[in-house]
Structures are given as C-alpha cells and as structure tokens.
Design a protein around this ligand. Structure first.
Ligand code: BF8
Ligand code: SF4
Length: 639
C-alpha cells in the first residue's frame, strides 16, 4: 500500500515510511490486516448478549437463519446493538461532565487548585438557572451551579436541568409528546443497558425511541454540561491563531504531547510546563513545548492557542518523530497501540485518570485536589527524559500551517456586533436570507483508518464552501481542515464568491484579512456550541431548529461518540451525514427509520423530529445531498 493512499497529511506520510523502516506497526497497517471485515458485524446482526450465542442472523433478509436461539430477529438485534453502541458513545461524555462538575465543586469549596476564570459565563448560566447573581461571591455561585448540575446525576424524576437550560422550547415539546425527556444521566444509562440486556426489551420501535432519548442525555448532560462548566473554570474561548501539523514538535525543545479529552489534566500540564520552563533551559533545551492531539488539543487550542500535532488516526506517528519526551493521555480515543510504539523510543506514555489505566503506560493520578502534584510530576518526568533522546532516531516532518480557532458563540456574536451592535445575529440571518450564505454545515467527528486520513473531511468541506455553505467545525475533523488550510483566510480560495464576500466583510470589520471559511468551534463536547448557535439563530428568526437550512456531517466517523452526537442533532431535526456506515443495514426497519429511505416501515426520525441520517461514502455526493436538503428547508422558509 502506498502511504499516499493512507493519509493526505504529508508529515504523516513521511513518518509512515520511517515507521516501516524501523519496523514499527501502526493503526494504518493494522486496519489493512482486518480486511475484509465480517459482514455480520458490519451490518449489526451479530448478537453476543447471552451465552446461548453468539448468534448471527441473516444480514440481507434471505440467506441464513432468521432468528437467534431466543427468537430475536434481525430488527431486534440491530436495534439493541445500536442502543448499546449509543450508550457507549454517550457514557464517556457524561463521565467527562461529571468530572468537570466535581472539579468545579471542589474549586468552589477551596479544595482544588483551579480558579474560576469564566466569570461572565458563570453569571450568565447562574441567571438562566434562576439563581441570584447580583452581589453573590463567585465561589458561592459556582457551588450553587455545580449542585444544580449534580441533580442531573441524582434526581429520580423530573427533566434534566441542563436540557431545560439549553434546549429550544419547540424541541422540548416534540420530545415531551414522544415521552423521551431524560431526567438523570446515570439513571438513563442504567435504564438503557437494562433495556438491551438479554430477555428485556425486544420492541424495535421502543428501542429506537430509547436511542433518541440517549441522544438527549448525550447532548445535555454530556456535551452542554461539559462545555458550560469548562468555560466557567477555564474561560470562554476567544479568537486565537495557532499552528498545525507534525512540524509543531520542535527539535530544540522538551516536547510533551497532551492527548485525550479532559482539560483539567491538559491545562495543568500546560501550567506546569510554563512554571518549569527554565529547568528545560538548564538542560540545554530552549524550553518546554506542549503540543496537542485529538480533543485535548482542541481544548488547549481554543483557550490557549496551543498548536496541534495531529488527529486521531495518526496519534502513534507523533511518537515516531522520536522527539516526544512524554505523551500524557487521559480518556477516550487513546489507542492501546501507543504503548507498543513508545517502547521503541525514550518517550514516556503517562496515563492520568484514576479509573482509566493503559497497559504499558506509567501512571500519575489526577484528582481535582492533587492536580498540581500531577502537573508538576508529569513535566518533571518529561524533563528527565530529555537527555535520553536518541538524536539518530529524530525526524520531524518540516512545515506548519497557520489556523484561526476560538470561535465560541460568544466570540462569533462579538465579531458580528461590529456590523450591528444592537442585533448582532441579524447580519448573519440576512446573509442566509439573501442566499449569500446558502446554509450552515457542521463538519464534526473523527478520522478513521478505513478512510484516507483527512481526505473525506476536507473534500466534503470544500464542496460545501464552493456552494456558499458556511462551515463550522469541531473535533478531529476540524484538525483535518486546519492541516489543509481551511481554518485560515487562505481557505477563501475554495469558497463561492458570495460566501467569500461575507467572510471578508466580517473579517475586515474586525481588523482581519477575512474570516476563515470554516470556523473552529472546539472539541467534540463543544458540539454544544454548534447547538447553541443553531438555537440562537432559530430563536432570533422565530423558527424551530428543525426548520433551519443546516446539517451536520461526520465524513470519517470512527467513534460511537460521533454516533451519539449525531443522534442528538437528529433529535433536534438536523440531518446528519456519516461517511463510514453504522452497523444498521442488517435491519430494514432500523435503516428505514433512521435514513427515511423508502420502505414499508411507516415511522421515521424525519417525520417525528425533522432530521435523518444520511450515509454516503462519496464526499462530493454527500455534500450535494446535504445541499439538496438545505435548499428544501430554505424553500419551506420561503427563501
Ligand atoms: O471526541 S473527533 S477521534 S478525539 S471521537 Fe475521538 Fe473522534 Fe477525535 Fe475527540 Ni471526538
Ligand atoms: Fe442469541 Fe438471543 Fe442470546 Fe442474542 S440474546 S446471543 S440472539 S440467544
């Protein structure tokens, strides 16, 4: 296989060649070894829910057995498996939210060494929750906010506080009618696992509604809760300029990569790298250089302007540069294969979450109270490894790409306010109304070694831009766009003329050459920001989110998290495109319900919620399908 077929990133290509020469295995190679994939698994009809199985039933409706030992049909097995997968997507985000919630609580109580940097966010959320904010001390207010959030993990009835805080009224009405409003994230997760257990729920329609409910748990007590509390603790992102690609790893520096998702870990590592910077100089280095991978990168990029080495599929390659003294990992999307790669170098792979251990990695415990101890210990270990670096193994692909990020909703509104201080969203709405902006599409999610890295993400984006669709981005797909110049004003060359003019006008009103054609809104939990933007647009236009000419797209999805996030958006009536098929095609019922493709099954998410799943591997076709729906929704609005 040619490395140019595996990834668009020339730095990663160079390192893949190095890996081969050094006989080091990577995910790109292992992905090939798994081909061809098992059809039962791919289509979702393999059931391992009890020890009478595993049972495999027909995936194309005619060949093979029709029922498992217990009598379960393909529809039932696929729906159950999908709910189970969505629970696995939701739970890491809910755990993420719970961890930041406890950190905020302990910070407010003076027990944890963090400070409340997002005063404005705290006050605005306090107000929205109906708390008294005037004259109240920040710590006291933060504690009250945290305790209200904690109810979302404790209350046995009622509706999730964070859902009521962030959802649009029209959506709540729809969900209420369908009886899918969640109350307590832990309870809903337990309930969903109970549904999928052997001999429990077998009604595929009820299982599908369970999937939509889980999407709401994901959206409000996963994404929104995480972002809101992180903004309170670390501040709301503002426009930053940064650098992308492997070239951000610097030979003359002590290099530490932060990888994973939890900013309580990565922020502390960054803080201690600044405090101990002189110790690196004493070792003959120029200082300590922190680089990001995956969503830890996004968190530090958005708030601190830290540069990004790479995204998901090529995480192992960052170590193969031979120039990382340490890689710190917390949770989610950490490949176990990292340990094997790190063994070949002086790089120490360090895990940090008390209940997430990685085989072959060393461990430094993060807890809110001991966060400083963790930060200092990790940075000191990296310093100690610097003299062990083997220069003969160092090869850092040259070159970096400039990118803008930090587009929180607050920042977007502030940029627009230079055009209309009274009604900042109006210029954007007018541009949508005239068709200067045809619609808005969120490019979100992962990279996946099944797809040429960054290729589908950037192709979908470029085709949309060419058709004057404004792009907002998050997660590893934002990194794909960043590495390829689409987070910089240079990316305007790919835009239709009308979109380019709007972006130039807004940029120049703010002292920039132009806005980039894709606005980087953050990590995967920050898909909440994209949701906030949609709700704000809908509310200002007086329409439901489901009526907006918008869509979401995850062209290189790999993680169940991408599916649970997608479910959340479908529940609000937003179409969601995926480029790597979910395991649903073994069930005509589940496939039709989600994709609304013609079939005899009468109930679809499109009818109930206003949004559907679009599976399309071809990026240009995917973009065109989304554009078709955007035009349909525009027409319905009279545009
Ligand atoms: O939460 S985009 S590969 S790192 S799952 Fe994972 Fe996908 Fe990256 Fe961030 Ni999101
Ligand atoms: Fe087979 Fe039914 Fe057990 Fe699944 S739950 S493994 S279909 S017997």
């Amino acid at each position: 296989v040619l490395v140019t077929d595996l990834t668009m990133d020339t730095g990663v290509q160079e390192l893949l060649v190095k890996a081969e020469l050094e006989n080091i295995e990577t995910a790109f190679q292992r992905a090939k070894e798994q081909e061809p994939h098992c059809k039962f698994g791919l289509t979702g009809v393999c059931c391992r829910r009890c020890l009478q199985g595993p049972c495999r039933v027909t995936f194309n409706g005619n060949k093979g057995v029709k029922r498992g030992v217990c009598g379960a049909t393909a529809d039932q097995i696929v729906a159950r498996n999908l709910l189970s997968l969505i629970v696995e997507g939701t739970t890491p985000h809910v755990e993420h939210a719970r961890e930041i919630l406890h950190t905020l609580l302990e910070t407010a109580e003076g027990k944890a060494p963090y400070e409340i940097k997002g005063k404005e966010k705290l006050i605005s959320i306090g107000k929205k929750l109906g708390l008294t904010v005037d004259g109240v001390e920040l710590d006291k207010l933060a504690k009250e906010v945290a305790l209200i959030a904690l109810q979302d993990f404790q209350q046995q009835s009622g509706v999730s506080n964070w859902l009521r805080l962030r959802a649009q009224d029209q959506s709540i009405e729809t969900w209420k009618k369908l009886n899918i409003l969640p109350s307590n994230a832990h309870l809903e997760i337990a309930n969903a696992i109970n549904k999928t257990a052997m001999g429990c729920e077998s009604d595929p329609v009820s299982l599908l509604l369970g999937i939509m409910k889980m999407g709401l748990v994901e959206g409000y007590d996963g994404l929104h809760l995480s972002t809101d509390l992180q903004d309170i603790l670390f501040g709301t992102p503002r426009l930053v300029k940064t650098q992308y690609r492997m070239g951000v790893i610097k030979e003359e520096y002590v290099n530490i990569a932060v990888h994973g998702h939890i900013p309580m870990v990565s922020e502390k590592v960054l803080e201690w790298s600044r405090k101990l910077n002189n110790e690196a100089k004493a070792l003959g280095a120029k200082g300590i250089n922190i680089v990001g991978i995956c969503c830890s990168a996004n968190e530090l990029l958005m708030r601190q302007g830290v540069s990004v080495a790479t995204n998901y599929a090529s995480q192992e390659l960052a170590i193969i540069t031979g120039a990382l003294e340490a890689m710190v990992v917390d949770a989610q999307c950490i490949m176990p294969g990292l340990a094997q790669v790190a063994e070949c170098y002086h790089t120490e792979l360090i895990s940090a979450l008390p209940n997430i251990k990685i085989e072959g990695a060393s461990h430094v415990d993060w807890t809110p109270e001991d966060a400083d101890k963790m930060g200092e210990e990790i940075v000191r270990r990296a310093l100690a490894h610097y003299p062990e670096r083997d220069q003969s193994k160092v090869q850092i692909p040259a070159g970096t790409v400039e990118a803008y990020a930090g587009f929180s909703v607050e920042q977007i509104v502030e940029l627009l306010a230079t055009l209309n201080g009274q009604d900042p969203l109006l210029p954007l709405i007018e541009a949508i109304a005239t068709g200067d902006i045809l619609g808005v599409v969120a490019i979100v999610g992962c990279t996946n070694p099944k797809v040429k890295q960054d290729w589908a993400n950037t192709e979908v984006a470029k085709e949309l831009m060419r058709n004057n669709v404004l792009i907002v981005a998050s997660g590893c797909s934002a990194h794909s766009l960043g590495k390829n110049g689409l987070l910089s004003p240079d990316g305007l060359q790919y835009c239709g003329e009308k979109l380019a003019n709007v972006l130039t006008a807004i940029g120049q009103a703010n002292g920039l050459p132009a806005l980039p054609p894709a606005l980087h809104m953050g990590s995967c939990v920050d898909n909440s920001r994209i949701d906030d933007l949609l709700v704000a647009l809908g509310d200002r236009m007086g329409v439901a989110v489901r009526e907006l000419p918008v869509a979401g797209s995850s062209p290189e999805n790999h993680s169940p998290k991408a599916l649970s996030i997608g479910t959340f958006f479908i529940a609000q009536g937003v179409d969601v495109h995926i480029g790597v098929n979910a395991p649903i095609t073994g069930s005509p019922l589940v496939e039709q319900a989600l994709t609304a493709n013609k079939g005899e099954f009468p109930v679809t998410t499109d009818e109930l919620f206003g949004g559907k799943l679009i599976y399309e591997a071809d990026p240009i076709q995917a973009a065109q399908t989304m554009i078709g729906r955007i035009i349909q929704k525009r027409k319905a609005l009279g545009l």
